[in-house]
Design a protein around this ligand. Structure first.
Ligand code: UFG
Length: 331
């Protein structure tokens, strides 16, 4: 493992905090920048240099890069709620696209050779195949997806013009928590299915809603490819090794090529928790594609990614354990 620093933006957030721990576990040296808008300071171990600020703040970035020998940037900091992006597109373009541009600019100015970007399945829009490969056309249907795709375009242009290579990892539905309980999804405003369902199982909310049961799927509810956050961050470590090893760029899905419906997820949460809770069927939520399932051939072949937690029950068990922990912390 290279002993130079890895700058993790959003390292106090859900996925970023798992990445920071994975880097430490691998013997690497993370530095975190986070504005703590949704992240939590205590999610970052005290041994890790932490900068409270914006990942697009030129002066802050210059300061960090002058003081630390940074070899790679892993950029997580972003707004992630698809519905909010239609209400506040300018905020999403500023935070997701504008800040990424400023960060990439700093990477180029300071000759940082490697950049890993959190992209999303949202860049595909409504897919025209059951299993989505990276060659599927990109046609995002909301500002969130467009804010991410624009960064992929910036990176492609920048990598042609300057000595930097990049990986854009297109995440499917990230869920679960650190298997040994060091971090998890702590966001106060939960919108993601598994987080909401485990909260219902723990009676943190009075049941839950299914957004639409009239989709063209086997039980009428949307199908998604749920990937364990622990496997997701391992894909980032593999991408970092790839960028250091190869002189190439990489666009790569991260998912299990396995789809579960909303109904199936809720059943697993009820089974794993042993708790029944009320489930109400509501109208469709705007902008939900009926099915999003990844091809992961590229991740397994090019990154040699071998997932360890490819099992919905395990994902739910870890999400539930983390949510229980949050409950205890609130007491
Ligand atoms: N859902 C419910 N009830 C809930 C919450 C979610 O029925 O209370 C449904 C949604 O309608 C959807 C499925 O569960 O059909 C999954 O929804 P999530 O909100 O958990 O995740 P999304 O698929 O909307 O979003 C994910 C990522 C985004 C990414 C998007 C790509 O979290 O970052 O996939 O479309 F952009």
């Amino acid at each position: 493992m290279n002993t130079k620093y890895v700058l993790v933006t959003g390292g106090a957030g859900y996925i970023g905090s798992h990445m920071t721990l994975a880097l430490l576990d691998a013997g690497a040296k993370p530095i975190v920048v986070d504005n703590l808008s949704t992240g939590i300071r205590s999610a970052v171990p005290p041994s890790v240099p932490f900068f409270h600020g914006n990942c697009g703040d030129e002066a802050l970035l210059d300061d960090i890069m002058k003081n630390y020998d940074v070899n790679a940037i892993v950029h997580f900091a972003a707004n992630i709620i698809v519905a909010d992006s239609s209400v506040d597109p300018l905020g999403y373009y500023r935070n997701n696209t504008g800040n990424a541009r400023a960060l990439i600019d700093a990477a180029v100015r300071h000759r940082i050779p490697h950049f890993i970007f959190s992209s999303s399945a949202a860049v595909y829009g409504e897919p025209n195949t059951a299993i989505i490969s990276e060659d599927h056309p990109t046609n995002p249907i909301n500002p969130y997806g467009r804010s991410k795709l624009m960064v992929e375009w910036i990176l492609a242009d920048v990598a042609k013009a300057y000595p930097i290579n990049y990986a854009a990892l297109r995440y499917f539905n990230v869920a679960g928590a650190d298997p040994i309980g060091r971090t998890g999804q702590s966001s106060v405003k939960a919108t993601h299915l598994i987080k909401i369902a485990v909260q219902a199982a723990l009676r943190k909310r009075p049941g839950m809603d299914i957004f639409g049961d009239d989709y063209p799927t086997s039980d009428g509810t949307c199908v998604r490819d749920y990937v364990h956050v622990g496997d997701l961050v391992q894909a980032h470590l593999a991408a970092l090794a790839y960028l250091r090893r190869e002189k190439e760029n990489l666009i790569c899905n991260v998912g299990y090529a396995n789809g579960f419906s909303v109904q199936e997820v809720i059943e697993v949460v009820k089974n794993v928790s042993g708790v029944d809770f009320e489930v109400r069927v509501q109208n469709r939520r705007a902008g939900d594609p009926s099915r999003l399932v990844a091809s992961n051939r590229r991740a397994t072949e090019m990154l040699r990614w071998s997932p360890r937690y490819d099992d919905l029950k395990t994902i739910v068990r870890h999400a539930l354990a983390w949510e229980q922990r949050l409950l205890v912390d609130q007491l």
